[in-house]
Design a protein around this ligand. Structure first.
Ligand code: NAD
Ligand code: GLY
Length: 364
């Protein structure tokens, strides 16, 4: 299947096909890319698929080099980006030379950032190898590295030339990572497509392994993400609905030190909390909340928040980079497949957490 991300002259295809990694040389040369190329990956994914991709590029007449960084979010840094720049300079990469990001979201974000900045921008291609990267991070051009003070603080919007997705590479992925990616898949059903949500409910038992149902879930997720980022590349409006579950989720990740929950797990809890808030405010029916909670739970994802106070949550959510003028904005469910953006005041939030608002100071 081929899906178009429609951004005028920066439009690009998302190609989804089982076994695509075996045809990758032809895919890259079909984009008109030739000459030198750098495959940026990590030690784990590089060991599994690095040689295959390099050989594919060579057989298509390109001159590739493999650049490996250590595996882990802690290496998504300017320091590690600098190691990649060193490799590009050593390989004498030119402005027309392509960077191929082979890995999960960490590699995709960092290689994309390097592509955006090396020689003021070189073409790059995403070959996402985690479910999260296939349905989310490889599409839409958000590139970044982390700063010690926060995640993704240094980055830019920079679109790839293509996204090549081979669902079969998920057969080597840890099931915990597959589940984490499924949280984002569920998100697409909730925000845009109630029929897709029902498909996920009906196929909940087969979605954890590569197969036709997981491939269909990847395809529909990519269609939804592509249509949203095509309409609003820089997140000035519609793209914010992709943050469903993320306001609570980011607070959970940050308050628990980014180690206890995977991003997708925190988003899963966040989606359940946002659904409960939607019911509390009177936007959604209890049935919608129960179905969201039921689906994530049956996929083995957490639904309940860890033991954190209203003060913890509200304090952390106020620091979120998407907060404007101190007001916390949520994506709330109105029905399965429909959401809306809504600012929620502190009194309502405290009521939601079952706590009274702090008493005003008595007059002196
Ligand atoms: P990840 O890149 O760390 O990958 C998870 C683990 O799976 C790693 O150990 C990786 O080496 C391994 N792995 C990857 N593919 C594999 C495969 N096929 N077989 C075996 N192991 C494999 O994590 P992730 O969840 O893919 O990405 C998280 C990152 O994505 C975060 O840095 C987050 O900020 C970013 N992100 C970006 C966007 C965006 O729009 N740009 C959206 C969401 C998340
Ligand atoms: N992952 C959210 C976005 O791409 O906007």
């Amino acid at each position: 299947m081929e899906i178009k991300v429609d951004m005028g002259e920066r439009s690009y295809p998302i190609v989804i096909k089982n076994g695509l990694i075996d045809e990758i040389g032809g895919c890259i040369s079909s984009l008109g890319l030739e000459g030198k190329a750098a495959v940026v990956t990590n030690s784990l994914v590089g060991g599994l698929y690095g040689e295959k991709v390099v050989e594919g590029l060579m057989s298509a007449g390109l001159d590739p080099v493999l650049i490996k960084v250590p595996d882990g979010e802690e290496y998504k840094t300017l320091k590690e980006a600098s190691v990649i720049y060193d490799g590009l300079i050593e390989h004498r990469m030119e402005r027309s030379s392509a960077i191929i990001a082979l890995g999960g979201g960490v590699i995709g974000d960092m290689a994309g950032f390097v592509a955006a900045t090396y020689l003021r921008g070189v073409p790059y291609v995403q070959i996402p190898t985690t479910l999260l990267a296939q349905v989310d991070s490889s599409i839409g051009g958000k590139t970044a590295v982390n700063h010690p003070k926060g995640k993704n603080l240094i980055g830019s919007f920079y679109q790839p030339k293509a996204v090549f997705i081979d669902p079969q590479v998920l057969s080597t992925l840890d099931p915990v990572e597959v589940r984490a990616g499924l949280a984002e898949v569920v998100k697409y059903g909730v925000i845009q497509d109630g029929i897709f949500f029902k498909f996920l409910e009906e196929n909940r038992d087969t979605l954890l392994q590569p197969g036709p149902e997981l491939t269909r879930a990847i395809e529909r997720s990519c269609e939804i993400k592509a249509s949203i980022v095509s309409a609003d590349e820089k997140e000035s409006g519609l793209r914010s609905i992709l943050n469903f579950g993320h306001t609570f989720g980011h607070a959970i990740e940050s308050l628990t030190g980014y180690g206890r929950f995977k991003h997708g797990e925190a988003v899963s809890i966040g989606m359940c909390m946002a659904s409960r808030l939607s019911v509390k405010i009177g936007f959604a029916s209890p049935e919608a909340e129960e179905r969201i909670r039921g689906l994530v739970s049956s996929l083995g994802l957490p639904a309940e928040p860890p033991d954190l106070s209203a003060d913890d949550f509200i304090g952390s959510m106020r620091l979120d980079k998407k907060v404007a003028n101190g007001r916390i904005r949520f994506v709330l469910v109105t029905d399965l497949g429909k959401v809306m953006l809504k600012e929620v005041d502190e009194k309502t939030l405290r009521g939601f957490f079952g706590e009274a608002e702090p008493a005003a100071m008595p007059p002196l």
